[in-house]
Design a protein around this ligand. Structure first.
Ligand code: NAP
Length: 286
């Protein structure tokens, strides 16, 4: 039976540490601030944005929400970002994706000041991650590294397999595991013999977006299994990319969905916002 990694509890600890840091910064006259931009009325995006706002408030971080209509044009959106780039009270800018059809996510990412890019999607931050000289890391992979650290799971020398190569999860995840001295394999939809490749992993990260995709035969006995997926099963119930009930008896540690990786994502957003505030105020970042 695997030990279940309690992402909710670890995220609560991380958020509490962030709140202490925010208090200290406020004592020095620095109030970390996050601006969240939401375009359109996608219900899931709305929920994510509201949760981020609440998390900021709980940690003492100033937050500003900009809700723009579905009809917002490219120039109007980029102009809003430029204004936020200049706004002193705003240390971090997050534009909630996906954007309505017709709006260019790349242009949005490239317009955000890299020093305020708390999602770490800007090419300059992506490049910094690649060369191992980074201050911001996309929140989901950063959260996973925090989970591994918290659970004292060493990455060094381990065989790490990441299934998925998206810019927001798979690729940065692979980079972080490599920087932690793991031997990393990235899999995707064209990978051959996926089951065999996965079954060699000491640490298996599933970021595929397909419900219960990772089955027990893909998992080496005793492996650590990290499930990034946020999917719906045949009954519409939230589940992950891992067939939890069958994989859990094989793995040594496993993250559940919900309550695993998900809660860490917001905690890391708060952490990145504090980092941004420190950088912009010339305060050393540990
Ligand atoms: P994505 O952009 O759709 O990427 C999915 C990746 O999976 C792609 O690289 C794709 O390969 C690969 N893939 C698809 N089918 C495959 C197959 N049959 N075999 C092997 N690889 C396959 O998804 P994403 O944004 O990375 O998100 C992945 C999952 O994580 C989703 O469920 C999402 O909701 C969830 N998520 C959760 C959080 C959180 O906070 N918990 C945050 C972000 C995302 P190709 O590149 O070849 O197409």
């Amino acid at each position: 039976m695997a030990k279940i990694i309690d992402g909710k509890a670890i995220a609560a600890e991380t958020r509490a540490k962030v709140a202490v840091e925010v208090k200290e910064l406020r004592g020095r006259g620095v109030v970390p601030g996050l601006a969240v931009v939401l375009v359109g009325s996608d219900p899931a995006s709305r929920t994510y944005v509201n949760n981020k706002e609440k998390a900021c408030a709980a940690a003492g971080i100033h937050s500003e929400k900009y809700t723009l209509p579905e009809s917002t044009g490219r120039e109007e959106l980029l102009d809003r970002i430029c204004k936020l780039n200049r706004k002193k009270e705003v240390n971090g800018i997050l534009v909630q994706f996906p954007l309505p059809k017709g709006l260019d996510e790349r242009a949005v990412i490239e317009t955000i000041d890299p020093q305020k890019d708390v999602d770490a999607f800007h090419p300059s931050n992506v490049g910094r991650i690649l060369i191992g000289d980074y201050r911001f890391v996309p929140c989901t992979p950063a959260g996973i590294m925090e989970l591994l650290r918290h659970e004292s799971i060493s990455v060094e020398g381990k065989s790490c397999v990441v299934v998925g190569r998206s810019n927001i999860v798979g690729k940065p995840m692979a980079m972080l595991l490599m920087h932690a001295n793991g031997t990393v394999t990235i899999c995707h939809s064209k990978t051959r013999n996926l089951t065999d490749v996965c079954a060699r992993a000491d640490i298996l990260v599933a970021a595929v977006g397909k419900p219960k995709f990772v089955t027990a035969d893909m998992v080496k006995p005793g492996a650590v299994v990290i499930d990034v997926g946020m999917d719906r099963d045949e009954n519409g119930k939230l589940c992950g990319d891992v067939d939890f009930s069958r994989v859990e008896p094989v793995a040594s540690r496993i993250t559940p969905v919900p309550g695993g990786v998900g809660p860490m994502t917001i905690a890391m957003l708060l952490k990145n916002t504090v980092t941004a505030a420190k950088i912009q105020n010339g305060i050393p970042v540990q």
